[in-house]
Design a protein around this ligand. Structure first.
Ligand code: ZN
Length: 220
């Protein structure tokens, strides 16, 4: 007898895991970046291992036009952390088009969307992707808690999605603002969890993403 078991559909939402935000010498580096870098590495590896599709966002700004001074087009700081890019990945540059194949997540392991702002719902194609998502669980990681992660979580919750924020995989530049942001997400229905609760305790280890003293010492 064959029992058909329902497989819950999980999707990882990987938000702005870029060098300027997460590496010590980045233009707008988060607080406690070493722990966040190690946890991002762990969650990305788990997504790859468990075949969980990944939707990624990156900020990109024109240096000559209202730029915030980080994630500028043509700079190294704009780049995603190496281990946040999967094989079979498709990247959409920012544009005002909303064109998007319906089966995009069946064809690619990861789709990266560039955005010219923190709120992903201000980008037409990304809005369409996230609004149309069919999933039982969306796991959010990235940076920053008070910026893009909050905007992404609240937008998804408004659209009736089930959102879990992995708070130990979310970076911040302002701890009190991050705490307020997490409370606001929870009040709107987000589940706050931790990678260590889902994947078990981990030993911090070097992930070769950042050359600062603290990150180098983690591997010794
Ligand atoms: Zn570092």
């Amino acid at each position: 007898m064959i029992i058909l078991r329902y497989q819950p559909r999980q999707i990882l939402i990987d938000i702005d895991t870029q060098r300027d935000l997460l590496v010590a010498n980045g233009a707008a580096s988060v607080y406690n970046h070493r722990k966040i870098l190690a946890n991002i590495h762990r969650v990305m590896a788990a997504a790859r291992h468990n075949h969980i599709p990944t939707i990624s966002t990156t900020q990109v700004y024109n240096p000559d036009y209202h730029s915030p001074g980080y994630c500028l087009a043509g700079t190294n700081g704009l780049k995603k952390l190496r281990y946040t890019v999967r094989d079979n990945c498709l990247c959409y540059p920012a544009s005002d088009s909303a064109d998007l194949p319906l089966d995009i997540l069946d064809r690619y392991n990861q789709v990266v969307f560039c955005k010219r702002c923190e709120d992903p719902f201000e980008e037409p194609r990304l809005d369409r992707m996230l609004t149309g998502l069919r999933a039982d669980e969306l796991y959010l990681i990235g940076a920053t808690a008070e910026g893009s992660v909050k905007a992404t979580a609240l937008g998804l919750l408004t659209r009736g999605k089930k959102v879990t924020v992995l708070t130990d995989v979310v970076g911040t530049r302002n701890r009190p603002a991050a705490d307020r942001a997490f409370r606001e997400m929870a009040a709107k229905g987000a589940i706050l969890s931790k990678a260590t609760e889902i994947l078990g305790p981990s030993v911090l280890r070097i992930v070769h993403a950042c050359p600062c003293k603290h990150c180098r010492m983690a591997g010794s």
